[in-house]
Design a protein around this ligand. Structure first.
Ligand code: MN
Length: 290
């Protein structure tokens, strides 16, 4: 039987939009029951979370944890305003500390800008601020055993990193070895030529994957060519995390659902959704390796 080393995860917003310990423990149980080994948490409500209580819930189900986030309009390291950049750096430091306290080793997402459609291109000053800020944050992260992921997001969410090539240039400029590239099939479908070339281009600097359909609904039910996606992952011997993302108005997080423009109901039964996705990923990984 063909096996693989990848850790397979699921985003917490498949299960719940709440972040209290009771909701997190239920999410952890459902994650384990659906066959996943990692739970990814949005850190947008970090201030309100009981981090030690959540960590105990995750440890109870022996789950790995990843944290993800975008920045905020008033705390954005891609701003040309130094006070706004400083608040962004502070938010990222707090987020690194939060991930470490939850027992995790990865902070990823749009760590380089606020969520939302930019109204103009990134300025040269803004680009330089991103590099300086993330260099600082990566040093802070390394001291706490945390790796940073640069998630490549589509043009309606950021003007900093829209393609794998953008992310590689940014990581080069940051120049720290705990800064890796994070690709997401949903965003790749919007911005890249196909679902395999960016994976080959990033190669061993690929640190994390989000897998989601073109409409962020049921995996395998849309138009994405996952055969070529998994072929490319096999070509680069990718052994990192692969986390399933899917969002529906059936599960709402007050802030994140709005940031991600989750206006429609794409599913109601999250257990069926997650179980089916876990099986889909398994079949694809085995097919690519054989
Ligand atoms: Mn994603």
């Amino acid at each position: 039987m063909t096996t693989y080393q990848n850790t397979i995860g699921v985003h917490a917003l498949v299960w719940t939009g709440q972040t209290d310990v009771v909701a997190m423990e239920e999410a952890a149980r459902k994650t384990r029951d659906a066959g996943y080994d990692l739970l990814e948490l949005s850190l947008h409500q970090l201030d309100e979370m009981d981090l030690d209580g959540c960590r105990a819930a995750f440890e109870k189900y022996d789950l790995k944890i990843a944290g993800s986030r975008g920045l905020a309009a008033d705390a954005d390291v891609s701003s040309s305003d130094s006070a706004t950049v400083a608040r962004g750096v502070q938010l990222l430091h707090t987020s690194v500390d939060g991930v470490a306290q939850l027992g995790g080793h990865l902070l990823t997402g749009a760590l380089y800008s606020a969520f939302g459609k930019a109204t103009q291109p990134l300025s040269a000053t803004g680009r330089a601020n991103v590099v300086g800020a993330l260099k600082d944050v990566s040093v802070h992260a390394r001291e706490r055993g945390v790796t940073l992921g640069l998630e490549v997001c589509n043009r309606y969410e950021t003007n900093v990193v829209n393609t794998a090539a953008d992310a590689l240039r940014l990581a080069d400029d940051i120049g720290e070895d705990n800064v890796l590239i994070h690709l997401d099939s949903y965003h790749m479908n919007i911005e890249e030529r196909n679902l395999h070339a960016p994976i080959l281009e990033v190669g061993d600097r690929l640190g994390y994957i989000h897998i989601g359909e073109n409409n962020r609904g049921l995996l395998g039910s849309g138009s994405l060519n996952f055969g070529s996606f998994f072929w490319a992952l096999d070509q680069i011997n990718y052994a990192g995390g692969i986390t399933f993302e899917s969002f529906s108005s059936a599960v709402v997080s007050e802030q994140l659902s709005n940031d991600l423009a989750i206006w429609r109901n794409l599913w109601d039964d999250n257990t069926e959704l997650a179980t089916q996705a876990r099986s889909f990923i398994d079949v694809q990984l085995r097919a690519a390796a054989s």
